[in-house]
Design a protein around this ligand. Structure first.
Ligand SMILES: Nc1ncnc2c1ncn2[C@@H]1O[C@H](COP(=O)(O)OP(=O)(O)OP(=O)(O)O)[C@@H](O)[C@H]1O
Length: 228
């Protein structure tokens, strides 16, 4: 499903963020990506969603080599991969409903399908009653649920989450984990970069640790392994 072979990424300023990454993640897995600040986690994520191109190496998503993708094909890749970020990245002037509908409008979904799909994902994240609210009227946890709903509305095979609980209090962070587990149980592969040692050590999953742009540990049911 996700394969990286000998991937290197050097930024224009000469920083080598990834330094020979090899990784394979299968369909349906839930994987934590951990590592010290500056280890290369966000760079790894940006390469998977083709926000960045590798300097060297092979990246395959669902058998497609990202290196062969033209810029025009990127929206099709983004249908297979949903992304959520620590800071939610919602459109603050739009309602909850409009934020999610937007992800369908850009791929020219049939208008009558949009309402059904938006309400279905709002149901999954437990926020159907807030469809007409403005995003500024939501709590942090609710904002993250809406960001997750938007990321999964195209039914992507993979959901990538970069520090999804980073801005949330512990209780809210746990409820977001419940939502992510439910999405994973429906068959979506989840890759989550995190600094949350408590979550990683309690809700055991495969743990991939990155240091200096390389995988240094890859364990099923692994622990966080760094000072919190
Ligand atoms: N746009 C950029 N230009 C130059 N260097 C960058 C850029 N983005 C990241 N870096 C550098 O690349 C390295 C990896 O950064 P990255 O953001 O991938 O780490 P990270 O593991 O996600 O860190 P954190 O846990 O602090 O978010 C760091 O040395 C960082 O300073």
């Amino acid at each position: 499903m996700i394969t990286m072979k000998r991937v290197r990424k050097t930024y224009p300023n000469g920083v080598q963020a990834l330094n020979g990454m090899n990784i394979h993640i299968d369909k349906g897995e839930f994987v934590y990506v951990v590592g010290p600040s500056g280890a290369g986690k966000t760079t790894f994520i940006k390469l998977m969603i083709r926000e960045l191109k590798p300097s060297e190496g092979l990246i395959q998503i669902n058998g497609n080599n990202l290196g062969d993708l033209s810029d025009k094909q990127i929206p099709y890749l983004r249908r297979k991969i949903g992304v959520v970020f620590q800071d939610f990245k919602l459109f603050t002037k739009l309602s909850v409903y409009e934020n999610i509908a937007f992800a369908l409008e850009v791929i020219e979904e049939e208008p009558e399908q949009i309402k059904t799909k938006v309400m279905d994902v709002l149901d999954i994240v437990g926020l159907k009653s807030k469809a007409r609210f403005n995003t500024s009227e939501l709590s942090g946890g609710e904002k993250q649920r809406i960001a997750i709903a938007r990321a999964i509305v195209n039914q992507p095979a993979i959901l990538i989450a970069d520090e999804p609980t980073g801005n949330l209090d512990p209780e809210t962070a746990w409820s977001i984990m419940g939502t992510l587990e439910e999405i994973n149980n429906r068959g979506t592969t989840i890759v989550m970069a995190t600094h949350n040692s408590h979550i990683v050590n309690t809700l055991k999953k495969r743990v991939i640790a990155i240091e200096n742009g390389k995988v240094v540990r890859d364990e099923l049911g692994g622990s966080y392994g760094y000072q919190a």
